[in-house]
Design a protein around this ligand. Structure first.
Ligand SMILES: NC(=O)c1ccc[n+]([C@@H]2O[C@H](COP(=O)([O-])OP(=O)(O)OC[C@H]3O[C@@H](n4cnc5c(N)ncnc54)[C@H](O)[C@@H]3O)[C@@H](O)[C@H]2O)c1
Ligand SMILES: [Zn+2]
Ligand SMILES: [Zn+2]
Length: 396
């Protein structure tokens, strides 16, 4: 089959690889009909390269049609239409039953000290072949895949694999009081959808921050109050502007939907010079122990949130030596919640909103639908935020 493979820093290629086969009774094989390109893939493209192996198949946001199932997958059969969560979990252990499939005790990548494995996401997460491909082997298929109705186009459901539950969890963790305020930093697919979910769940004021004009415009058109980072001299000014709009206090919650590749103002770059002298470029186990993230967005979140408020982190950070201002976090009495989205925990709450009325605007959410063969260009375009790319779906 054809699959998008990682070959090196900023080098992905579409190659012929062996078709996946059923290996365990709890496996299913899915013929992929749509597969998302995610901000998380961009980390692999450039930053997390020490944890990748040339030839790794990328992708973790799939949906498609069941081709074949193992003997241990009673509820699925060939022909079923399914969305596949980006994490692999058993559904039956203590963690899964608590609603934390990202921490599944059956599938945890214990060799790396990590939680549940993810499709197409480095050896830290199990080096599981990913979903930007024609076919996907889905382990633990007795739990993962979500059956969805026939009829609407893939766009209606594909975001259940990642974007929707991630945005949903971001807002749940943000714990915005009814009618309260929330600022969303980063308006890529995750931040954009988090704004929509916050509105749906009754936030009174939603602020969106980014530095890409079409991303700002898209959420502004849906009633979000937007702030263009580029129009401020530094983050302090941005924070002051949003504080002014919240009785001088700052929003009840801040969602960081940026993560490790944050762009900061010149001032923020200076403030991070402590981080800059850390040995970031070294690779392998050292990178794991000493690496430092670009923390501009997280620092803004800490400064911006009101005292006693909540920061909800969905942006992915990978550093082991990040300088964090604990004095401020403690003094401001900030709640900090984070993690990969527990997809099956939220899917049943989200499904009723995936209707013809389309309150979350999923039908028009993708800006680009491309064949697998265009993957190298799609990665580059999405990373550089060119051609108006906000969400890209690959159609094998
Ligand atoms: N927790 C999870 O389960 C989960 C799931 C999916 C994605 N993610 C993570 O969420 C983050 C966002 O994903 P995405 O697909 O939307 O990616 P993306 O890269 O398209 O979006 C990030 C956005 O942040 C903006 N940005 C950069 N620096 C900023 C700053 N200082 N302030 C405000 N905005 C800034 C960028 O312009 C960009 O629009 C990534 O880190 C991704 O890995 C987490
Ligand atoms: Zn994703
Ligand atoms: Zn489990």
């Amino acid at each position: 089959m054809r699959a998008v493979t990682w070959q090196g820093k900023r080098d992905v290629r579409v190659e012929n690889v062996p078709d996946p086969r059923i290996e365990e009774p709890t496996d299913a094989i899915i013929r992929i009909t749509s597969s998302g390109l995610c901000g998380s893939d961009l980390h692999l493209y450039e930053v997390l390269t020490p944890f990748m192996t040339p030839g790794d198949i990328l992708g973790h946001e799939p949906m498609g049609i069941v081709e074949e199932v193992g003997a241990g997958v009673p509820d699925l059969q060939a022909g079923d239409r399914v969305v596949v969560p980006f994490q692999i979990a058993c559904g039956d252990c203590w963690m899964c039953l608590t609603g934390l499939p990202t921490q599944c005790e059956t599938t945890q990548v214990t060799s790396e000290g990590m939680g549940a494995p993810l499709f197409g996401y480095t050896r830290l997460y199990g080096a599981v072949p990913g979903a930007q491909a024609e076919y996907l082997r889905v382990p633990q298929a007795q739990f993962g895949p979500i059956k969805i109705p026939e009829g609407p186009a893939d766009d209606r459901f594909v975001y259940l694999s990642d974007v929707l539950p991630t945005a949903w969890q971001a807002v749940k963790y943000a714990d915005v009081p009814k009618g309260g305020s929330v600022a969303v930093l980063g308006l890529g697919p995750i931040g954009d959808m988090a704004c929509r979910v916050a509105q749906l769940q009754g936030a009174g004021q939603v602020f969106g921050v980014d530095l890409v004009p079409e991303r700002l415009k898209r959420v502004r058109d849906r009633g979000v109050e937007t702030y263009d980072l580029r129009s401020f001299d530094d983050e302090k000014e941005l924070v002051a502007a949003i504080r002014d709009a919240t009785d001088g206090r700052g929003p009840d919650a801040v969602i960081d939907a940026v993560g490790t590749e944050a762009h900061g103002s010149a001032a923020a770059k200076l403030a991070q010079s402590a981080a800059a002298i850390m040995p970031r470029k070294i690779s392998g186990p050292f990178a794991e122990r000493f690496s430092v993230d670009r923390l501009a967005a997280l620092y803004t979140a800490i400064d911006l949130v009101r005292r006693g408020g909540t920061i909800s982190l969905s942006g992915v950070y990978g550093g082991m030596a990040d300088p964090i201002p604990l004095l401020t976090l403690f003094d401001k009495q900030i709640q900090l919640r984070m993690g990969q989205a527990n997809v099956r925990r939220w899917a049943d709450e989200i499904l009723p909103y995936l209707t013809d009325e389309d309150p979350l605007g999923v039908d028009e959410f993708a800006t680009h639908r491309v064949p697998l063969s265009d993957a190298p260009h799609a990665y580059e375009m999405f990373q550089r935020k060119q051609e108006g790319a906000i969400k890209v779906l690959m159609k094998p």
